[in-house]
Design a protein around this ligand. Structure first.
Ligand code: ATP
Ligand code: MG
Length: 160
């Protein structure tokens, strides 16, 4: 019934839980596991910055009043982070006993990237965290999870 699973990882602890759950389900069902990541635009937590092989310039200090400044992490660094994140996730899944693990990343709207890779992988289940890197406390479901749930024609498991 479950042959192909796609798990979406953004480097958050929520996504780590989702990965552990997805790997356990894949192992029990002997299903294939596809791990996907969408390049992150905007604020990058220190743990993710540390994954980059490429030097990331320091964020310029906030202007008075806290107005956001125009600051972008170089694309090369984002790709390097994506590759490291996916490599780590695939390692964990293999160590958890999943035989067939593949990885992919994309750029653009994260929900659309996840949906496209799930469709490409012909996944019958998407596993993701209920929340991610966003810091809006009290929110039960992040916008990416919400959008994927609304638009995917298969099953979606949001892990709490
Ligand atoms: P928001 O982004 O709306 O501020 P949030 O960050 O708390 O809220 P989501 O972004 O919806 O919540 O994250 C929920 C789950 O979606 C994550 O645990 C992860 O599985 C997946 N996800 C989110 N962003 C990405 C991404 N860039 N690449 C891959 N998966 C992602
Ligand atoms: Mg998010």
């Amino acid at each position: 019934m479950i042959q192909k699973i796609l798990v979406a990882v953004d480097g958050s602890s929520h996504a780590d839980h989702a990965l552990a759950m997805a790997a356990e389900i894949a192992r029990r069902f002997d299903a294939d596991l596809a791990v996907n990541h969408c390049l992150i635009h905007g604020h990058l937590p220190d743990e993710l910055r540390a994954l980059s092989d490429v030097e990331i310039p320091e964020m310029p200090p906030m202007s008075l009043g806290g107005a956001s400044v125009d600051y972008q992490v170089p694309r090369q660094a984002l790709e390097s982070i994506a590759n490291k994140l996916l490599e780590n996730a695939a390692d964990k899944a293999r160590k958890a006993g999943v035989n067939n693990v593949t990885t992919s990343w994309g750029a653009g709207d994260p929900a659309q990237v996840i949906l496209e890779s799930a469709r490409n992988a012909q996944a019958d289940l998407i596993v993701m965290g209920s929340r991610g890197l966003g810091d809006l406390k009290g929110l039960l479901l992040g916008s990416v999870s919400h959008k994927v749930q609304q638009l995917f024609e298969g099953s979606v498991l949001t892990v709490r």
